[in-house]
Design a protein around this ligand. Structure first.
Ligand code: GLA
Length: 732
């Protein structure tokens, strides 16, 4: 049992292998957050909610009858839900405007249930249990007696993984409609502010850069208002103890399973306590709930580690590999692919594509992916999105002919779509100008010359499903790259009534999820890869449907290091699309070494590279197969991070049973000093490991404590190397 309820003390204790989370129901029904951190055996946490003796100007609850000296005012208490407009004055996590027009909200405990397994969330992606015994769930029902709002807090504990999820269900149990103005997926008042806040910011071509700053009094956090989780900020934050680093210190990771406008907030109050919350961005959001209706929030994932950021990341990686990726692609080896985008752009015909495919087969690759430019009259990005009908001038004989010729080579076939977009210069736009996101009497801003399809509309979703099915159902297609190349502006739908326009953004992403769900159910063998101008929608919401995501349009190996290190804080190698391309700088060796940290592939036109480079590429394929399991299912150790060292980056994958590992070093900038010992992490000190490249044998203890001298290995700008080790069974 990982969830305990002590009925005498009214305490819930949620335990995982390495963490405990403790909640108390106070005598007036408030849900108090007592503790989240390293595992503790106790259920007795006396006075944990008492943060100060007397708080002038902070009101008491009506039940306290003005007794300030009891030491309790909601403004200083640690809550599981931060209610707006009563005696808690901090940033609220729940705000409901009731039928009277005020937004005072106050939910109190009613009942709870604890059960094995994990529920899904209607219409939304969510982590899942493979077997009931993986997880245990606690649902706490609360109620606002004044408004009739019933709010259920849902907690699921992944016992073996130091991870849990939280979400909320709001139900209208009254006779009148009310409006949810703010509903964060979780809220937690930590009793300290001695943490640094880590977030992943970026832009197109430079996604998920690492940012670290100390918490200070007031509100801080990250958000998106772009109609997508976005390049600008990933829906991920971490809090790490002030001196903490990769290996040491407490680290709390928070990730939202959501692909639209989000907000992650840390509000540090005058008592030095930190309210952490994450959920749908309350800006430009409102949801009217009629009597009897329910609203489900996206879920947040909470990970705790007492082994620094590295420990936190490894837990996220295992969790997502096991409990986020569904269907056959959870366990099936991902195909080694070549994509024509960087090689040809939209300037191709069937013969050019077949030449790339023939090279791919000869080189030992497994799948050919045809990118943008195959439909409508699309030779550049000014037109045709939405007209998902093959351009027979480019693909003579139609798409079926191309696919059968690729298949005849013995390759799988993949295709590119950008379903949620519509070009003003398209037949579908001319026929249905109101099918795009827009507001009346206001010009439609364009991004990459395109508008966004109104995914809130069932007719639009049906159109997309049907027109995509004409290709997907009639051809043997193995893979679909699902792109999204602009953000949303002038957010509105022609079909939503005035009072529901505030629901637009959330309804938009529910529409996208519904279409993704229909496609994955109708074509269960299809492997989806998410994409958004590179990695602009790299979040667990999309990853639930598309188990891998193109990491960035920047395929330069040295730039990719920063992007992949940042991405790895939360997302495993099996999810990050990484390809070798012909792009600038570095040798094919370094390009390969960097791209191996992901769903490996190539993105080039072989006709445009030298015979020598083609020969090198041919030698790279065997390694991909040999180390696939180690990279995709092993534990990642970030040995030298770009945010700590501008000269070198190093990382390692260690198998779960610690019998095998590989590490990679990339020299970003030449350094004169050659004295360089690299210390491994995560090995078994008592095992001896043999280096496959040199035959040398070392103990795990030596490799981790003394390190390996890298004196004789490459050290020039952009050079790199990887070494592989296996447990030495015979040598001593
Ligand atoms: C985006 C993607 C690229 C490519 C182009 C096609 O930018 O990130 O990989 O698919 O669109 O237009």
């Amino acid at each position: 049992m990982s969830i305990l309820f002590d009925s005498e003390k009214k305490i819930f204790k949620l335990d995982t292998a390495g963490s405990s989370y403790v909640i108390r129901v106070d005598k007036n029904g408030f849900l108090l957050h007592l503790y989240y951190g390293a595992k503790i055996p106790d259920v007795n946490l006396p006075d944990f909610e008492k943060r100060c003796r007397y708080a002038s100007f902070s009101a008491t609850t009506p039940e306290a009858d003005g007794d300030y000296w009891s030491g309790f005012t909601p403004d200083t208490w640690p809550f599981e839900v931060g209610c707006n407009g009563c005696a808690d004055m901090r940033t609220a996590s729940l705000q409901i405007r009731n039928a009277d027009g005020n937004a005072a909200t106050d939910v109190r405990y009613v009942s709870h249930q604890i059960y094995a397994g994990k529920p899904g969330i209607p219409g939304l992606p969510a982590l899942f249990a493979n077997e009931e015994s993986d997880c245990e769930t606690l649902e706490i029902l609360t109620r606002d007696e004044t408004t009739g709002a019933e709010v259920t807090l849902v907690y699921t504990v992944f016992e073996k993984l130091s991870a849990m999820t939280r979400s909320l269900i709001v139900a209208n149990a009254s006779e009148k409609a009310f409006e949810i103005e703010r509903v964060m997926s979780f809220c937690m008042d930590m009793n300290s502010c001695d943490y640094d806040l880590i977030s992943l910011y970026g832009r197109h071509m430079k996604e998920r850069d690492f940012a670290r700053r100390p918490l200070s009094h007031g509100v801080q956090g990250v958000y998106s208002r772009r109609g997508s989780s976005s390049h600008a900020q990933n829906p991920f934050i971490a809090l790490i103890g002030r001196g903490g680093n990769e290996e040491y210190g407490e680290a709390y990771g928070f990730n939202l399973v959501y692909s639209c406008n989000f907000s992650a907030i840390v509000d540090v109050d005058y008592n030095n306590s930190s309210r952490v919350m994450m959920g749908i961005n309350p800006d430009d959001f409102g949801w009217t709930l009629q009597p009897g209706e329910r609203f489900y929030t996206p879920e947040a994932v909470l990970v705790y580690s007492d082994a620094g950021l590295g420990g936190m990341s490894r837990t996220f990686h295992r969790l997502y590999n096991r409990h986020l990726v569904r269907g056959e692609w959870a366990h099936k080896k991902r195909p080694l692919l070549v994509n024509n985008w960087e090689g040809t752009g939209m300037d191709f015909d069937d013969e050019k594509l077949l030449a790339i495919a023939a090279w791919a087969k000869e080189t030992g690759l497994e799948m050919f992916v045809m990118d943008d430019g195959w439909f409508g009259k699309r030779d550049d990005d000014t037109n045709s999105l939405g007209d998902w009908v093959v351009n027979e001038k480019k693909l003579r004989g139609g798409i079926g002919s191309l696919i059968s010729r690729v298949k005849a080579l013995g390759l799988k076939f993949g295709i590119w779509y950008e379903p949620e977009m519509i070009s003003p210069d398209s037949d579908i736009y001319r026929a249905h100008p109101d099918w795009c996101v827009h507001v009346p009497d206001r010009a439609r801003s364009l991004g990459r010359h395109q508008c966004v399809m109104d995914m809130t509309r069932a007719d639009v979703r049906d159109y997309l499903f049907n027109i995509m099915s004409e290709v997907l159902a009639n051809n043997d297609i193995d893979y679909l790259k699902w792109d999204f190349n602009r953000n949303i502006t002038e957010a509105g739908s022609a079909l939503l009534p005035t009072e529901k326009q505030k629901e637009f953004y959330h309804r938009f992403i529910l529409g996208t999820y519904e279409l993704m769900d229909r496609i994955t159910k109708a074509y269960p063998h299809l492997l989806l890869e998410g994409c958004s101008g590179g990695g602009g929608r790299f979040d667990p919401g999309i990853l639930y449907y598309a188990p891998q995501s193109w990491c960035s349009d920047n395929t330069d190996a040295l730039s990719r290091i920063d992007i992949q290190f940042g991405t790895s804080l939360c997302y495993p190698a099996s999810m990050q699309g990484a390809h070798v391309s012909a792009s600038r700088r570095t040798s094919y060796e370094t390009k390969r070494n960097v791209a191996m940290w992901g769903t490996f592939g190539y993105e080039l036109d072989p006709a445009k590279i030298s015979e020598e480079d083609r020969a090198v590429i041919k030698t790279q394929i065997a390694d991909y197969h040999q180390y696939y399991d180690l990279i995709h299912y092993g534990d990642l150790y970030r040995l030298i991070c770009p945010w700590d060292d501008p000269y070198r980056a190093a990382w390692a994958f260690v198998s779960e049973d610690k019998t095998e590992f590989m590490f990679t070093v990339v020299v970003k900038l030449y350094m004169e000093a050659r004295n360089f010992f690299l210390k491994m992490k995560g090995l078994d000190p008592d095992k001896r490991y043999v280096c496959e490249e040199t035959g040398e044998v070392f103990s795990g203890a030596l490799l981790m404590n003394a390190g390996l001298s890298l004196f004789r290995y490459p050290n020039g700008d952009g050079e790199s190397f990887a070494l592989h080790f296996k447990e030495a069974t015979t040598c001593k």
